[in-house]
Design a protein around this ligand. Structure first.
Ligand SMILES: NC(=O)c1ccc[n+]([C@@H]2O[C@H](COP(=O)([O-])OP(=O)(O)OC[C@H]3O[C@@H](n4cnc5c(N)ncnc54)[C@H](OP(=O)(O)O)[C@@H]3O)[C@@H](O)[C@H]2O)c1
Length: 324
């Protein structure tokens, strides 16, 4: 699939550099011919973690609609079974349901062994399972934060290193690691979550570079606020009502397109791209101080505990960037 002629080595012609061989950047088949990473995978297998709701369920739907067989992973087995039935009715593709709590390292190992026993080559791994914890310091549960690190970082890393070697051996495969726009900056009142997503972003980008010559792709997917159960689980139910947010459909469509183009990361949605750019342009001190406005708990008598909208943040960020 990869045209090895791309790696033809020619000498560089500038003065003393003439002795240094110049290697043109190697493009994979997708970038060259638009053959389509995902389309190629019809009738092959994908694993989607966190498939019981939100973005993960949408990945499963879209991949099945493209002809893939999907292994659905999450704790809520009933939800996975319902989704499996839906996928079979609509697309006739095969689905396997594996219930696993990814905050337990032995469960991650069991999950991998169960997938191995299915004896199917996994062409796409979507490391999507994850959750956030939003609270001020006195109200933060240490145990929840440690679970967050186990799911968002440890399980994702473990699964990535378990599946990548066989993809590299086959010279075929893709891993989509779900990060977040929160990964581009520290975020007050959700510090561990934002830091976990910075890890996912940097880890995935590094692997993208490492796997480039193996016809395998690793991409960090960075959604902004998205209409899912995420904020209910994070402890800020209702926060999303005041936000401009994407749908899981938009996130999945945009991320698959970026994976097809072999991008190292994608920020889904122009608004999220703009906000994230402003954050990166602003001095770090301003960016982190401004971030307090997202989730700062309101005084007890206020009607809503988390009332600042992303529109207000956008205005604030713009003025911060201007004054910087
Ligand atoms: N929604 C947003 O605004 C947003 C923005 C940026 C990034 N993200 C990221 O997108 C990903 C998907 O989140 P979502 O928005 O779709 O939220 P969601 O609707 O709450 O889905 C989270 C999924 O993760 C699974 N999960 C959580 N803890 C798990 C555990 N211990 N073991 C196994 N599975 C677990 C959940 O399944 P069970 O509860 O059934 O186990 C669920 O399927 C997450 O990584 C999140 O950080 C979301």
């Amino acid at each position: 699939m990869v045209k090895s002629s791309d790696s033809e080595v020619r000498p560089c012609s500038i003065g003393a550099l003439a002795v240094i061989p110049w290697e043109p950047p190697r493009l994979n088949c997708v970038a060259e011919s638009g053959c389509g990473l995902i389309e190629e995978y019809a009738d092959r297998w994908a694993v989607v973690t966190g498939a019981s709701s939100g973005i993960g369920a949408e990945y499963a739907r879209v991949l099945a609609s493209r002809g893939m067989h999907v292994i659905l992973v999450a704790r809520r087995k009933e939800r996975l079974k319902e989704l499996a039935a839906e996928l079979f009715d609509k697309h006739g593709t095969r689905t396997e349901v594996i219930s696993a709590d990814l905050s337990q390292s032995e469960e991650v190992g069991r999950l991998f062994r169960e997938i191995e026993q299915l004896d199917v080559p996994v062409e796409i791994l979507v490391n999507n399972a994850g959750f956030g914890v939003v609270a001020d310091i006195p109200n933060t549960s240490r145990e929840d934060v440690l679970d967050l690190i186990r799911v968002n970082i440890s399980a994702l890393t473990d699964l990535t290193y378990r599946f990548l070697p066989s993809m590299i051996e086959r010279r075929h495969g893709a891993i989509l690691n779900i990060a977040s726009v929160a990964g581009f900056q520290p975020v007050a009142y959700m510090g561990a979550y934002a830091a976990s997503k910075s890890y996912v972003l940097h880890f995935s980008e590094a692997l993208w570079a490492e796997t480039r010559d193996h016809n395998v792709t690793v991409i960090a997917v960075c959604p902004g606020p998205t209409r899912t159960e995420f904020f209910d689980v994070a402890g800020v139910s209702g926060w999303l009502k005041k936000q401009s947010a994407q749908t899981p459909e938009q996130v999945v469509k945009s991320s698959l397109k970026a994976a097809e183009r072999n991008r190292q990361f994608v920020i889904t949605g122009w608004r999220n791209r703009l906000l994230s750019l402003l954050v990166r342009m602003a001095p770090r001190k301003i960016a982190v101080l401004e971030s307090r406005k997202y989730f700062r708990p309101k005084p007890r008598n206020a009607s809503s505990s988390h009332a600042v909208s992303t529109d207000e943040i956008a205005k604030d960020s713009e003025s911060s960037a201007k004054s910087a």
